[in-house]
Design a protein. Structure first.
Length: 420
């Protein structure tokens, strides 16, 4: 190849790469691999009511986040009084509802901070996968992008104090989800499942201990430099666990990672895996684990642990460029060095957080419980850039796709950003 050809190829990649990353699909809770990272450059910092592309009322309420594929957005909603959970598809261009499907659940009363639509769906090029739970039944279903049900599985219900809330993910040819009970019921068998995404048949089941506090964490994939992919789970019952996604066998496990309930999901910070735990509305511990190897020649080790009531409990953190940004239930925002846990700064810009932050082009976006979108510069120096009110409470996490950001409050959905 000539120097001129190499030069032309270089500039083609320079031009196309931002377009590819900006149009990246948002396929699960917190986007690609659950890490909450987007390189979109068309998301505003500050906006007003006139800047929305659209906003709509949802058929019911909930705390799940949107997922997107192409020109379609998928989101769940629920009606606790009627015992219905709903999955609907929305056109991102004009906010029109393309289709919706209801699933009936046994009526029950979850914690007042939970809902009938807390699990975020997962989506791939063919299907969208939804997980709905009650104490009597758990429904996992796959629908194609036109709304046709491809398959549906019903498992036993989830027995836990606050109602369930973990979300499914797609890993290659399987849909993975956790099914954990709490308490000492002999007939409540906790397990992690992998389901064939095309047929709905069980690929593998990993039986798990039932602990006093169920986990709400959604797993992610860790890809070490040497060896195959590892599914990473976090829970009080087993600490931090690596599982072979092909076989469902445990690769390594750090049982001592957590001392209380785990709600946040695992975060990848270079070669460290980070999780948090807490209780009674307060975080207790942030733990960083150096993973073990697939051949078991190197065991997992604790790199560091930060014990503090100012650690996050519900929100999942963001790791980027050697920094770890944590948004706390009581409203604090912190910046730590991800390699050591050293705190660089901590401020309280607004209200409490239950939703998780996302990193977008060097800025952090997170929705407070009161429904304010807090925008903070992702840097070693704290800088509050904006607070954008949505007008309704929210426990949801933003989604970014096609250069637009999608924001969910309890009963409404907003679209902002993109080229005008």
């Amino acid at each position: 190849m000539s120097k001129r050809s190499v030069s032309c190829l270089f500039w083609v990649l320079v031009v196309l790469l931002p377009l590819v990353t900006q149009g990246q699909e948002w396929t699960r809770f917190r986007g690609r691999n659950g890490q909450g990272i987007s390189y979109a450059k068309t998301i505003p910092v500050k906006w007003t009511e006139e800047d929305y592309n659209w906003k709509i009322k949802l058929p019911g309420g909930g705390h799940s986040s949107p997922v997107l594929w192409g020109d379609k957005l998928f989101i769940t909603s629920g009606d606790q009084q009627a015992g219905h959970s709903i999955i609907l598809a929305i056109s991102v261009s004009d906010s029109m509802t393309l289709w919706q499907k209801e699933y009936t659940l046994s009526k029950y009363r979850p914690n007042k901070l939970n809902s009938f639509a807390s699990a975020t769906p997962a989506v791939d090029a063919e299907n969208v996968y939804v997980l709905f739970t009650s104490p009597e039944e758990t429904i996992l279903a796959a629908l194609n992008h036109k709304g046709d049900e491809i398959w549906k599985r019903t498992f036993e219900g989830i027995r836990c104090q606050h109602g369930a809330g973990t979300s499914p993910i797609v890993v290659d040819e399987i849909v993975v989800f956790t099914h954990e009970h709490e308490g000492d019921g002999k007939d409540a068998n906790s397990a992690w499942f992998a389901i064939n995404r095309k047929t709905g048949q069980t690929r593998w089941t990993l039986e798990r201990k039932t602990s006093s506090k169920t986990s709400y964490s959604t797993p992610c994939i860790y890809s070490p430099k040497a060896g195959g992919e590892q599914l990473v789970f976090t829970s009080l019952a087993h600490g931090m666990t690596s599982v072979d996604p092909l076989t469902g066998t445990v690769v390594w496990e750090m049982n001592s990672a957590f001392i209380s309930r785990v709600i946040s999901s695992p975060v990848i910070a270079n070669e460290l895996l980070i999780g948090t735990c807490g209780d009674y509305g307060t975080g207790k511990i942030l733990t960083a684990i150096r993973p073990g190897t697939s051949d078991k020649s190197v065991p997992p080790v604790e790199a560091y642990k930060v014990e503090s009531s100012s650690m996050p409990y519900v929100p999942t953190s963001v790791a980027k460029d050697g920094l770890l940004f944590t948004f706390h239930d009581k409203g604090d925002v912190s910046c730590l060095r991800s390699a050591s846990g050293e705190r660089i700064w901590q401020e309280k810009p607004a209200g409490r957080f239950f939703g998780s932050p996302v990193w977008v082009d060097g800025k952090l976006y997170c929705i407070t419980v009161d429904g304010d979108v807090v925008v903070v510069k992702a840097a070693e120096t704290c800088e509050l850039l904006a607070i954008n009110p949505l007008g309704e409470m929210s426990h949801s996490t933003p989604a970014v796709s096609g250069g637009r950001m999608y924001l969910r409050t309890f009963s409404q959905l907003f679209s902002v950003g993109g080229e005008k």
